[in-house]
Design a protein around this ligand. Structure first.
Ligand code: DAH
Length: 360
């Protein structure tokens, strides 16, 4: 009996000395493993007299149970200690102030592009894109502007050199977003409803012109789209964009090679004491060009003009950004003046959506 007590005190001591999982496992194998000391003792039961066995059997079982529960308890307390240790090192003071406001801000052009994308998305328009380095065909010919057309001169186009070398028509920096109409219809056919915001380039520089600026193209093609749909879409857009109910638009007959009929669109405004106010009064401000897509344009994008028709428009993003946020000089957009950017910039996390509001 006394060797059972010896085993017990020996292993309980080893268990309480064990300082990690591996040493606990070593003790377990030595004590109650298949070839451990307790198992060996159990094998000796067979050699005992029935009387001896009656005493030794239960005693060995009790020893085995006791060692097992000591092992489990030690394992649990080591795990607790490890967790405690981790909690101490991974400590975080949630009452500390958050980081100071980020230095950067969203440029008004990016903000306005997000705003108009949110509004047109709400009206069911997808966003399409095209390359800024365009070829003659997409920038001009496909839009019904043949080589001798005066509109080519009006565009103050930047031409790329490469073509002269290749003896092919030169690539150009796109002068407007209208080529995206062609690219989109070529790829997706009709019906379609898209806007195409992006950079455009013209060789021009003064208070109202910069060599790079931004346009958004609109295109809606279906079986029965009319100028009335165009007017409704634009009025919805301007009301949402300027956050004014019932803003009026005026359509003036105009001419663009890629639309027939064509209209320039003005929005209602007033000049109160030299201050421009959008959406009231009896003044008018031109904001975009538009019209019904010319059948030749549909044809060059492989869309059958006998089956499909629709409207298109092109609007200067910089222009409507200046109007909405009271920015007097276009050139400021591109000066990278940090003080200006801080003044007009928008917080990075204020993403414009119809649900949360466009601008704050
Ligand atoms: N592409 C024209 C420009 O840059 C703007 C424009 C006018 C686009 C009428 C259109 C349109 O889609 O229908 O001056």
């Amino acid at each position: 009996m006394s060797d059972i007590d010896d085993l017990k005190s020996k292993y309980l001591k080893q268990i309480s000395d064990a300082s990690d999982e591996a040493s606990i496992e070593a003790v377990r194998l030595a004590a109650v493993g298949k070839k451990g000391e307790v198992a060996l003792k159990m094998r000796e039961l067979g050699k005992m007299t029935p009387e001896e066995r009656q005493v030794a059997g239960p005693a060995l079982n009790a020893l085995k149970d006791e060692i097992n529960s000591a092992l489990n308890a030690r394992k649990a307390s080591l795990a607790d200690a490890a967790l405690e240790e981790r909690l101490k090192t991974e400590w975080l003071d949630v009452t500390q102030p958050s980081r100071p406001r980020a230095e950067g801000s969203i440029h008004p052009i990016s903000q306005v592009t997000e705003e108009l994308t949110a509004i047109f998305a709400d009206l069911g328009f997808a966003v399409a894109e095209g390359p800024q380095i365009e070829n003659d065909f997409y920038n001009f010919d496909a839009l019904n502007i043949p080589p001798e057309h005066p509109a080519r001169q009006e565009h103050d186009t930047f031409f790329m050199h490469r073509a002269e070398r290749d003896n092919r028509p030169p690539h150009v920096l796109r002068t407007h977003t209208s080529p995206v109409q062609i690219r989109y219809m070529e790829e997706h056919g009709a019906p379609c409803r898209i806007i195409a915001p992006g950079r455009v380039y013209r060789s021009d520089y003064d208070q109202t012109h910069t060599p790079m600026f931004h346009q958004v193209e609109g295109l809606a093609i279906d079986k029965d789209i009319s100028m009335a749909n165009l007017k409704w879409v634009l009025e919805e857009f301007f009301a949402a964009f300027f956050e004014i109910d019932g803003i009026k638009t005026r359509f003036r007959a105009s001419h663009f090679p890629f639309t027939e009929p064509s209209a320039e669109v003005d929005i209602q405004c007033s000049w109160e004491g030299g201050k421009l106010v959008i959406g009231e009064g009896d003044g008018w401000l031109e904001v975009l060009g538009s019209g019904m897509v010319h059948p030749k344009v549909l044809l060059s994008a492989n869309v059958d003009p006998n089956e499909w028709q629709g409207f298109a428009f092109g609007m200067g993003i910089d222009r409507i950004a200046m109007l909405k946020y009271g920015i007097p000089d276009l050139r400021a957009f591109f000066d990278s003046d940090l003080r200006w950017l801080r003044h007009y910039g928008f917080a990075a996390l204020d993403v414009p959506t119809i649900a949360t509001g466009l601008s704050r």
